[in-house]
Design a protein around this ligand. Structure first.
Ligand code: NAD
Length: 316
């Protein structure tokens, strides 16, 4: 029997609607329901998207609704979040967003939802932790976008630098989606060739890699300075993740996955390569990190764990 594929989006802001627009253009989903605190906005967004349907590959049902829509959804994506107000610190935002993600997740679960929960709201690794704790869903069925966007930026920049398709750039960013992320360069490949070997062969300066990573790290700030926020890149990344799940792709993506000591850390979500299937994260892909990279990973985890203990857990 044909089974319809349903996605619910909670948070119809710039990120959520960039994902929705990407879905409409790629197709492959039968039903998309939009939920927002601002219900009129969700209604307007559904109307606007519906008006594009005659010109896309395949039609689909798009509507605004309430949390009851989550009951029969395959995937619910949370992109709801607060905007940082002047004078507000990152920690203030963590507390505000924890309350938002907690309340959205409670409403999602009240509907009887039993699918896969995808989180894109920042700080992603922490908000994925909140969503899992509050939902009680198995840990592999709660996934954060992790370093998918950072990794896409890295692949794009390396492809430009080497003039090779980004599809052949197999390099991953690990760690927190934030300033403490890092690239384990010894595990980066161009097609089947080690990136470090290739640079040596071409007589390129290894410090170029630091410049590339610096550009990745600064990308969000550079975009925000020019247009206030970033949304297309993450919108496409979310659509990619949704298809990886619904199509049972068994594809390796750098998502925020629950750690079970694969990298010597546990009790938190953080960006690592993981095998994504219809069941969610089937396994975290282990890499043998050198001492420097392991130190960076541990530092990234300690930063997150401290915030979990001091700010998040008291609110759950
Ligand atoms: P936005 O302000 O445009 O949209 C946020 C939406 O959430 C608004 O429509 C708002 O009404 C809604 N909302 C707020 N509280 C809600 C609640 N309790 N229930 C339902 N809806 C609620 O913001 P944006 O630019 O779309 O960003 C959304 C989130 O995505 C932010 O946390 C942002 O930091 C994050 N983000 C993540 C990445 C990534 O790589 N994962 C990239 C960019 C932005």
């Amino acid at each position: 029997m044909y089974e319809k594929r349903k996605v619910v989006l909670v948070g119809t802001g710039l990120v959520g609607m960039s994902m929705a627009y990407s879905i409409v253009n790629s197709g492959g989903i039968d039903e998309l329901a939009l939920i927002d605190l601002n219900q009129e906005k969700a209604v307007g967004e559904a109307m606007d998207l519906n008006h594009g349907l005659p010109y896309v590959k395949k039609g689909m049902s798009i509507k605004a609704g309430g949390y009851e829509e989550c009951k029969d959804a395959d995937i619910v994506v949370i992109t709801a979040g607060a905007i940082q107000k002047p004078g507000e610190t990152r920690l203030d935002l963590t507390a505000t967003d924890t309350k938002i993600i907690k309340s959205c997740t409670e409403s999602i679960m009240k509907s009887g939802f039993d699918g896969i929960l995808v989180i894109a709201s920042n700080p992603i690794d922490l908000m994925t932790y909140v969503a899992q704790k509050v939902s009680g869903l198995p840990k592999h069925r709660v996934i954060g976008t992790g370093t998918m966007l950072d990794t896409a930026r890295l692949r794009y920049l390396i492809s430009e630098y080497l003039n090779v398709s980004s599809k052949n750039v197999h390099a991953y960013i690990l760690g927190e989606h934030g300033d403490s992320s890092f690239v384990p360069w010894t595990h980066a490949y161009i097609g089947c060739k080690s990136l470090l070997e290739l640079l040596e062969e071409k007589g390129k300066d290894l410090s170029d890699l630091h410049d590339i990573y610096y550009q990745v790290q600064q990308a969000a700030y550079e975009i925000i300075n020019r247009k206030n926020s970033t949304y297309y890149g993450i919108g496409v990344s979310l659509n990619r993740l949704i298809h990886a799940i619904l199509d049972d792709e068994h594809v390796i993506l750098p998502v925020s996955a629950y750690q079970n000591n694969e990298y010597g850390q546990e009790g938190l979500y953080i960006g690592t390569p993981a095998l994504v299937t219809r069941e969610g994260v089937k396994e975290v892909v282990k890499l043998k990190l050198n001492d420097v990279d392991q130190g960076k990973f541990d530092h990234s985890c300690e930063t997150l764990k401290q915030i979990i203990d001091e700010i998040i857990n008291p609110l759950l």
